[in-house]
Design a protein around this ligand. Structure first.
Ligand SMILES: N[C@@H](CCC(=O)N[C@@H](CS)C(=O)NCC(=O)O)C(=O)O
Length: 303
């Protein structure tokens, strides 16, 4: 099997979620540092235009969005599981709710200023042209109150003394809830807020000790060579799960519903109920299969 490669920048909270997946599963992986703002030429060469962070690569298979990374890792390395007690809907649902803290925290940082430089802010403005960044300052107190509400619910969830959110072993829900709150430590007011939740603090410490598995560095150009010299993994076709009106081989675009993520075009491959897979040709990396979760991503015919 090809090595697992993660394309990300160190400050990315969502990248922390995937690094913890490697830690939980005890996996070795290669770390490729990408730019924090556009352009990201080596990354988009692989994804076909998707720019969000992180992106996971295994040979010529490219996984966009941490939800697609989680599903792929669980399929390829089932033990220890990201869903140790089953309850998949609970784990995914809890993950989604906990990650609402991410944009709250980003707004607090943008509204307060100081953490991000001008180039970063300009880049993110282009990503979300519908958002009025000048208003972020006005909503900082309200966002801190929303964060407090999320933290309070986590504290309540941990009130019976359990070690992790859904019991005494960690699940994907812990990793999803950890990364946006870890980020709060970089903001003085948010840090003080976080410190007022004792059980959450102790739980974060436990999640942090899961670690990142075994990381070694890799240059982005080497990751492209690895993709070019690999063939995408074969995907079993189950035609009944294809969306109405779309056939395998049809030209499609994948449209992320999170603004400014980047639209990717290719031809539809056998995809399953929870995953979209498309084939695309890259000039420098050859034939690739790019994977997305169904959640938050639309697949639309273009032919
Ligand atoms: N739903 C995505 C969200 C990822 C996300 O928003 N990541 C942030 C960084 S933590 C990002 O992409 N920022 C813009 C960028 O890096 O270009 C996922 O789960 O992977």
């Amino acid at each position: 099997m090809h090595e697992i490669i993660l394309h990300y920048y160190d400050m990315s909270p969502y990248a922390e979620k995937v690094r913890l997946m490697f830690g939980l599963k005890g996996l070795p992986w290669r770390s490729v540092q990408i730019p924090i703002i556009m352009p990201k030429p080596d990354l988009t060469e692989l994804t076909g235009g998707f720019r969000r962070t992180p992106v996971m690569q295994i040979g010529a298979d490219i996984y966009c969005d941490t939800k697609a990374c989680a599903r792929a890792l669980e399929r390829l390395h089932p033990k220890p599981s990201l869903f140790p007690d089953g309850n998949p809907a609970t784990v995914w649902g809890l993950s989604r709710w906990a990650e609402t803290s991410f944009m709250m925290a980003v707004t607090v940082f943008l509204g307060t200023g100081g953490l991000f430089d001008e180039a970063f802010i300009e880049d993110r403005k282009k990503m979300a042209p519908g958002v009025d960044f000048s208003k972020a300052g006005e909503v900082v107190p309200a966002k801190l109150l929303q964060l407090r509400a999320n933290l309070d619910l986590l504290e309540e969830q941990l009130a019976d003394g359990r070690l992790f959110l859904l019991g005494n072993v960690p699940s994907l829900a812990d990793l999803s809830a950890y990364h946006p709150h870890m980020f709060l430590k970089f903001h003085p007011t948010a840090k003080t807020l976080l410190e007022s939740f004792e059980r959450v603090q102790a739980w974060m410490q436990r999640v942090g000790t899961i670690g990142h598995g075994e990381r070694t560095e890799l240059a982005s150009s080497d990751a492209i060579d690895i993709a070019r010299n690999a063939s995408p993994a074969t995907i079993e076709c189950d035609e009944s799960t294809l969306p109405d009106g779309l056939a395998v081989g049809a030209p499609v675009v994948v449209v992320p519903e999170e603004p400014g993520s980047g639209i990717v075009s290719g031809t539809l491959l056998a995809s399953d109920v929870q995953e979209i897979a498309i084939r695309r040709q890259s000039e420098r990396a050859g034939e690739l299969v790019v994977h997305f979760p169904r959640e938050d991503y639309l697949v639309v015919a273009t032919g």
